[in-house]
Structures are given as structure tokens and as C-alpha cells.
Design a protein. Sequence first.
Length: 227
Amino acid sequence: MPLRVLIADDNPVVRAGLTALLATTGTVEVVAQAADGREALSLTRHHAPDVILLDVRMPGVDGISALPHLVQLAPVLMLTYSQEAQIVREALLLGAGGYLVHGEFTADDLLRAVHDVREGRAHFTPTAATALLAELRTSSQPQRTVAQSSERLHNLTLFGLSSREVEIMDLIASGMSNQQIAAACFISEKTVKNHINRIFAKLQSTTRSEAIARWLGTARPGVTGHG
């Protein structure tokens, strides 16, 4: 059975081109086309596609606004001209399974991406991957002074966290939720919770604020935290 795909893009030429492209593969069938996010949601409920190809910028309800609702119904692959780092990151945090920028993929790449997203494997074109990496570096990994790096190394030795636990603790300290951490690290929320439970045990903390205080060096084990 071919994979059933819905295309949501406000440009009819893009929709027609993608439909023709996917039709030649023999393994994908375009079951519906939508011109905006609202229509995409309605058609998705009606046709129950296996994968949704979603543009970012559309009149009315845009792709980012529709995304949280669409991902509850089917895997979503962003397929767009928008390549800003913040948009790439937001789309992934909202549940998109991949991000392709027009002009950076072949027919084979698109077909592979559709199947990958269906199977839960992330897929990005180069600009999207670079934008995501840049955004994560600037938002989640602030520049540190030598003194701060030394303090962090001291904490690492003191608390005995693994390299993955250090990464997650830094994201906790930056204010990220479990869902955001899961998206940033490409792991499940359950795995994030398991890591956090181990981190809290090592930091002798029972709350996020207490763990952050100890990790940043403003409290030490045995000192009661707040929050």
C-alpha cells in the first residue's frame, strides 16, 4: 500500500508540482491538498493521511499555528521556503518530524524524507540542520567565562553526572521544559524524566529550582532550597 500524503501549501503551483513528483514514485499517493492550516486540519481529519507536508507561511491559519493540532493526527514534515533558525526550532518543538527547505532536495530526498518521518526518523535539509544547530547553540548554550567553565567542571566532578546528564542539566538551568529538552536532544519525554530523576538524586535535590541552585553553585548539598 502506498503512503497516503496530504500537502498543505498556499501556492497551487507548488502543490501541483509536489503531487506530480510524488505520483511518479509509485510508493506515495497524494490524497488531499490544502491551501492553509485550517483546511489542512479539516482534510486531515477526513482523509487520515500517513504523512502531512506542511508549509510555514500561509494566509489565514499558517503552518506553525496549525502544527500542534496536526501532529496529534499524523506525522508532519515541514516543506517550505522559510529557513530562519527560530522557525526551524519552533517547528521542531511543536512536534514536526523533519524540515525540508525548497531547492535543497531531490525527488529521491523528498521520498526518503516522507518515509523517514512516517517511521519516526527526523530528516533535515542542510540549511534547516545548520539553522537548528545555530539556534540551539545560541539559546541553550550561553557563552561561559573561564571561571564559569571551571565552576561547571567542579560541579561535574562533585556531583558525578554523565555527559548526557550534564547536557540536560544545562538545559534545565536555561529554563527549558521537559518537552523542549526532549525536542532539543531528540529523545522522548520519558527518557528526559528518567535522566532528571537520576540528576536530582545525584544533586540531592527534590525540585527544579533546588537542582538549578546547586548546579550553578549557589547552594550546596544539605542546604534547603526553595521552590
